[in-house]
Design a protein around this ligand. Structure first.
Ligand SMILES: [Zn+2]
Length: 240
């Protein structure tokens, strides 16, 4: 199983590892700080250096309990080699800020409007985040109000706490999982990773976050789309 350094230290930008397997341009390492695509957060990119040569990491995916890195070109790298990995930090840090922003926005929706609506999905980009809601009463004005509250919480410098609890404890925590696939998944896990926005929100989550909300800066509502009474789309963008 690949040791997932990104889960232990979300700010880890570089690391040393050994190549355990290679197939074509796909490479498996004994440990990695490269985040694989999942939970609405895109994979990291960056480079591996081995034997004085640089290899571009263009895609990273989960492969059961392992992490598979796709290189642009893998000529000159083989199993047993030691590599130094460096992730594209600017992009990753933007993903972390947007991921935490989504949880804060969603946490406000859940705490104030939960009986009326729910998030149905989200996607993180380097320059924005998108959240979809099945929430008939959500309109541009309400979205702006929720965003204003989100900015207030960001400015307060709330801590983001990540921890693991065992499944039985997790099952007793209310509203930890908000989607049907998530509720199914939790039953199959021994331990559940929880991301908490201090005094606001707690969710089962495998993604990467900033440790203090202040790091996000300030958000604007870059767009609101009414796609039907059960489908509203909110887009957030960091403006400073
Ligand atoms: Zn998340």
């Amino acid at each position: 199983m690949t040791e997932k350094l990104y889960l232990k230290d979300m700010y880890k930008k570089d690391f040393d590892a050994a190549v355990t397997r290679i197939e074509g341009t796909s490479v498996w390492l004994d440990r990695t700080a490269f985040y694989p695509t999942g939970g609405g957060q895109p994979n990291d990119t960056g480079k591996l250096t081995s034997n004085g040569k640089e290899f571009k990491v263009i895609e990273v995916r989960k492969d059961r309990d392992d992490v598979m890195h796709t290189l642009e070109n893998a000529d000159g790298i083989k199993a047993g080699d030691t590599v130094k990995g460096v992730i594209d930090w600017e992009k990753r840090y933007a993903y972390m800020k947007y991921h935490t922003s989504i949880h804060i926005f969603d946490g406000i929706v859940i705490s104030q409007h939960a009986s009326e609506g729910l998030s149905t999905g989200s996607q993180i980009y380097q320059d924005r985040a998108r959240i979809d809601f099945d929430m008939p009463q959500l309109n541009k004005e309400l979205a702006q109000q929720i965003l204003d509250q989100t900015n207030k919480i960001i400015a307060e410098g709330r801590r983001i706490l990540v921890r693991e609890v065992d499944r039985n404890e997790a099952l007793q925590m209310p509203n930890l999982v908000r989607t049907e696939p998530g509720r199914e998944l939790i039953k199959r896990l021994d331990t559940v990773r929880i991301v908490e926005i201090e005094n606001l929100d707690m969710q089962m989550d495998g993604g990467l976050h900033v440790l203090n909300s202040k790091e996000i800066g300030k958000l604007e509502l870059s767009s609101f789309t009414n796609k039907g009474s059960h489908s509203k789309r909110v887009e957030l963008r960091i403006i400073d």
